[in-house]
Design a protein around this ligand. Structure first.
Ligand code: SF4
Length: 496
């Protein structure tokens, strides 16, 4: 196969530019909707679903629609609200489509990186929305380098290329092509795909790192596939189930068909979805994220109680666990820190200096509440420690007494190669410092992290059903090229 067999559109020029970027790892949100009845246009439903998934990616948003045996769409940089006007949504016609919100870990923000990606083949076309990171993309590139000239070391380029190759080799049998692709991919992926036949697919890696669920809008018998169940709630769809790890789901005019393409008794649900990333009102593996976070706080109250006047959450990430701690300990919860909601999460801000400024822009203390009070301060995790240090400094300057810091996640000591934007391990504070050193560095009077057992108990899944690699260094898959992955990570995170 040569590249002339695989033509990417409608941003062909941009597509080439995209692959001239450095390796990109991302945490994103994906969505797909299939309505069986003609005359419905579901782009507005995709738009609402993407708004519900906005926390999974703020850099760009896009929608691809199937209509008249073609795929067309729109994508741009910015929040979903900013990207899509009424006019654009009204112009996106069709009863089958997919959507994507992107969260970039690089400092490069460009339209070329926005998804969904469209691919035009000699006898068809498709569009995919991808959430995850492949850990064997370097190996795959080497395997196919005599057939296709890869422009960069990006996993998305690898997926689109291999998919397009198998789609053609199987005579445009997408089910079979996806199965063949999944045999070759290693890492985390939750993907939605729409093709020019108007078929909608959702598929997930065999370890199930990232969430992907399916639901139904009952009155119009419409199927919805989404990264999180909150995207179903907003459009009145009822959650049916998670798409199983290793499963491919296809929805077309004949209904829903499902195949388990890959089986693995080991699962590796990302613990960080429960701790921080997913919305508290989402349900994943049958567990409401809110309930898990509340249990994390209860666990900590059982093991790390101290005398204090208030439990103060760092908004919004520490709020639910702090409520659990307060409930268990009887120490009142106090919203002693207020958040400016228009500043993004600090660990996606580029550059150390920018991150420090962003903490000050983001939070302010309610001085009348915390002055002279001893507080138990709550957050979900400590990554570099900049946020914790700056917030404790802010609270002390505002007159707080003792500050006891409680962290609902155990210490993060290793990198994530499966799509969460942690820095490389050298930049993770817990990888290079003891807990006592971290306590001194952030200026807390005491510091207690969640235990690994407490985390596992709170999530309620067995240890071999979870990925805990960034906490334990034990990765649930063979990292064929860990050294190169780490090098790539270092290059990217140093850009930030
Ligand atoms: S390494 Fe950590 S953040 Fe990455 S997938 Fe595993 S649990 Fe999630």
């Amino acid at each position: 196969m040569n590249c002339s067999n695989c033509r990417f559109f409608p941003f062909r020029k941009n597509f080439v530019n995209y692959f001239n970027q450095k390796s990109i790892h991302e945490e994103c949100g994906v969505l797909g909707i299939y309505c069986p009845e003609n005359g419905h246009s579901i782009s507005r439903k995709i738009y609402y679903g993407l708004i519900a998934l906005q926390h999974r990616g703020q850099e760009s948003a896009g929608i691809s629609m199937h209509s008249n045996q073609h795929i067309s769409g729109y994508k741009a940089l910015g929040l979903v609200y900013n990207v899509f006007s009424d006019r654009i949504i009204n112009g996106l016609l069709g009863r089958v489509g997919i959507g994507h919100v992107r969260y970039s870990t690089t400092s490069v923000s460009s339209i070329e990186n926005a998804q969904p990606f469209n691919c035009q083949l000699p006898k068809g076309e498709f569009s995919i929305a991808f959430n995850g990171t492949l850990t064997n993309f370097i190996d795959l590139q080497k395997r196919y380098s005599d057939q296709y000239s890869f422009k960069t070391s990006t996993d998305t380029e690898v997926i689109v290329y291999i998919l397009s190759k198998y789609i053609q080799e199987t005579g445009y049998d997408y089910f079979e092509a996806i199965k063949l692709v999944m045999n070759e991919l290693q890492g985390a992926y939750s993907i939605t795909l729409v093709n020019n036949k108007g078929e909608l697919f959702g598929f997930r890696d065999p370890l199930g790192f990232k969430p992907l669920c399916i639901g139904t809008i009952e009155d119009i018998d419409t199927k919805v596939i989404a990264s999180e169940s909150v995207a179903l709630d907003i459009i009145n769809a009822k959650l049916e189930r998670d798409i199983k790890p290793g499963e491919i789901v296809m929805i077309n005019d004949n209904g829903l068909e499902s195949k388990i393409a890959l089986k693995n008794s080991r699962k590796a649900t990302c613990m960080f979805e429960y701790v921080y990333f997913a919305r508290p009102d989402s349900i994943f593996n049958g567990k409401t994220i809110y309930d898990v976070r509340e249990k994390l706080g209860i666990e900590l109250a059982k093991t790390s109680l101290v005398d204090a006047d208030y439990v103060v959450p760092i908004p919004d990430s520490g709020r639910t666990a702090a409520a659990g701690f307060s409930k268990e300990s009887g120490i009142p919860l106090c919203e002693g820190l207020m958040k400016n909601r228009y500043v993004h999460r600090t660990f996606i801000m580029p550059g150390q200096q920018q991150r420090e400024i962003s903490v000050r822009m983001k939070l302010n203390a309610v001085k009348s509440k915390i002055k002279g009070k001893d507080i138990i301060l709550f957050d979900d995790s400590i990554v570099r420690s900049t946020t914790a240090r700056n917030i404790i400094s802010l609270l002390k300057k505002s007159g707080a007494g003792k500050i006891h810091f409680r962290v609902s996640c155990p210490p993060i000591v290793d990198s994530c190669y499966m799509g969460i934007d942690f820095p490389s391990s050298q930049q993770l504070i817990a990888a290079t410092h003891t807990i006592e050193e971290i306590r001194k560095k952030i200026g807390a009077d005491s510091l207690v992290y969640q235990s690994l057992d407490g985390l596992i108990r709170s999530i309620g899944l067995k240890e071999n059903q979870l990925c805990l690699a960034c906490l334990t260094g034990k990765y649930p898959l063979d990292l064929i090229d860990k050294e190169t992955l780490e090098k790539e990570l270092n290059i990217e995170r140093n850009i930030n």
